[in-house]
Design a binder for this molecule. Structure first.
Ligand SMILES: NC(=O)C1=CN([C@@H]2O[C@H](COP(=O)(O)OP(=O)(O)OC[C@H]3O[C@@H](n4cnc5c(N)ncnc54)[C@H](OP(=O)(O)O)[C@@H]3O)[C@@H](O)[C@H]2O)C=CC1
Ligand SMILES: O=C(O)[C@@H]1CCC=N1
Length: 275
């Protein structure tokens, strides 16, 4: 096992976004990233794009990596844990356990502990796909076997691809409903706003540019002024003007309530996935 090597089991949407981000951020060189996916084309694609190493089996990842990221769907987690348990015991006999990191929605530290050998250091993370462009948001929770230097290393990995912080595990389902699933809500909004621009007569490329600059500019405005969202919204909203007419339609359609319901439904689903 090599301490600086990060292994990935699963190289789908989220695994590949993390790998791409970690390589771009130079948190680990491609020679220190090893990947295994049951779909070999996915590993090959990552090797072509980033020059990372491909493993031939799950066990090879566990044997070679000091940090192993489990990036398979929650439904596949049980079979993966069964398959790597024996290898983990063997690795431990010749030194120490690797640091295991799961990014699976809903899968609790308790679930992982039950299926892995006693004493394995485990971190549960909820990242999101903007990690690919180093703008991710991740929350991390650890079990009792994780030492401070291991937590710092895990935070360093996820901070290299955006914002990352440690939280209590009980917050993980809420984090999943908000920032884990969040990029999809934002993309739906961006798509709808662009379509609305097209509906009112704008050429699609122009509508898209206006949407992207409006959203990026508004985020920058909030970050730079640090003002409350409502104060900045009021600055846009002239009495009897255009904005208040638009806002009224959104309020009448239950815009805020729908956002609450969406985050709650996703958080509830995260809880269900872990049972
Ligand atoms: N997508 C996202 O935005 C986010 C996802 N997550 C979490 O990340 C995890 C992965 O999600 P996502 O990347 O979207 O899923 P994907 O299905 O895109 O990727 C998972 C990959 O793992 C492969 N796989 C399945 N079983 C094994 C196995 N035994 N060994 C190696 N590889 C295997 C899958 O193959 P196959 O398709 O054949 O099953 C697939 O290629 C999930 O647990 C999800 O909850 C967390 C935050 C955000
Ligand atoms: O939809 C999902 O289940 C995963 C977890 C968070 C984002 N995508």
């Amino acid at each position: 096992m090599s301490a600086g090597v990060i292994g990935f089991i699963g190289a789908g949407n989220m695994g590949s976004a993390l790998i791409g981000g970690i390589v771009k951020a130079r948190c680990a060189g491609p020679e220190n990233i090893i990947v295994y996916d049951v779909i070999r084309e996915k590993s090959l694609d990552l090797r072509n794009r980033y020059n990372v190493t491909i493993a031939e089996s799950l066990s090879e990842v566990v044997i070679r990596a000091g940090t192993v990221v489990l990036a398979v769907k929650p439904q596949n987690m049980s079979e993966v844990l069964d398959e790597i348990s024996t290898t983990l015991k063997n690795v431990y006999e010749s030194g120490a356990y690797p640091l295991m990191i799961s990014i699976a929605a809903g899968i609790s530290l308790g679930y992982l502990e039950e299926r892995l050998p006693e004493g394995v250091p485990l971190i549960r993370v909820m990242p999101n796909t903007p990690a690919l462009v180093l703008k991710g948001a991740s929350a991390l929770a650890r079990n009792a076997h994780v030492r401070d230097h291991q937590m710092e290393w895990a935070l360093k990995i996820f901070q290299s691809v955006g914002f990352a912080c440690e939280v209590e595990e009980k917050l993980m389902d809420a984090v999943t409903g908000l920032s884990g699933s969040g990029p999809a809500y934002v993309l739906l909004f961006l798509e709808a706003l662009t379509d609305a621009g097209v509906f009112t007569g704008l050429p699609r490329p122009l509508a898209r540019e206006l949407v992207l600059h409006t959203v990026a500019g508004t985020v920058a405005l909030v970050q730079e002024t640090n003002k409350h969202f409502a104060d900045l919204k009021d600055m846009v909203t002239s009495p009897g003007g255009t904005t208040i007419h638009g806002l009224r339609v959104l309020e009448c359609a239950g815009f805020r309530g729908n956002i609450f319901d969406a985050v709650m439904a996703a958080a509830r689903r995260s809880k269900e996935l872990g049972t």
